[in-house]
Design a protein around this ligand. Structure first.
Ligand code: 5GP
Length: 188
């Protein structure tokens, strides 16, 4: 997606350890118009896929995912990182955070995910695929299915994309980064 790549080059910053900071238009301050264009692109790329529900992980996945859900006229379900005391029918999975270097649990209530439902997972970044693997686990615990996975930015020098595609999952990434070496953003 050309406009997204241009924006990453203009406003993205490389941090130590292969991390890209995009907090002025995706992760903290959000460019809503760009986010809507991102959502439209996801809808186009999954146009022949049955999608009953969009699923993401709080917090950064919610902005793109809610716009995709709105365009598809389906609900958005986001996995929470803290178990609310009022939650019933808890499904949980452990995820290792690449940016925070620690594990945390993600959870959803089983009342919002039914057997046989086809889910589109949307997230901001694909790095090692840990968040995506946690979502796969939750979806399978509920007896639902992943119809596809869409990422705003994929870092192909990490192994998540390969891992998910090798499982036969339809993965779409709108900007694919080959390298962040020497603080230089290089796309595939
Ligand atoms: P994964 O689970 O695929 O290893 O990492 C994906 C998650 O880690 C994303 O949900 C995102 O929040 C975070 N993440 C991974 N790499 C980056 C990065 O380069 N920049 C930012 N801002 N977040 C990242």
């Amino acid at each position: 997606m050309k406009t997204l790549k241009e924006r990453i080059l203009k406003d993205g910053h490389c941090l130590e350890g292969g991390i890209l900071k995009v907090d002025n238009f995706i992760n903290h301050q959000i460019d809503a118009a760009l986010m809507m264009d991102i959502a439209k692109e996801f809808v186009k790329r999954f146009e022949n896929t049955r999608i009953d529900k969009v699923i993401t992980v709080e917090a950064s996945g919610i902005a793109p995912a809610i716009m995709v859900a709105h365009l598809l006229n389906v609900p958005l379900l986001f996995a929470k990182k803290k178990v609310p005391s009022t939650m019933t029918g808890i499904l949980k999975s452990e995820v290792f955070s690449f940016t925070k270097s620690r594990s945390y649990n993600i959870c959803i209530s089983d009342k919002f995910l039914q057997k046989g439902e086809k889910c589109l997972f949307i997230d901001d970044f694909l790095a090692n695929g840990n968040a995506a693997t946690g979502i796969l686990d939750l979806v399978s615990q509920a007896g639902a299915e992943i119809a596809g996975m869409g990422f705003i930015i994929e870092k192909v020098f990490q192994k998540g994309g390969e891992l998910l595609r090798n499982k036969g999952i339809h993965v779409e990434s709108l900007a694919i980064i080959k390298s962040l070496d020497n603080c230089n953003i290089e796309f595939v």
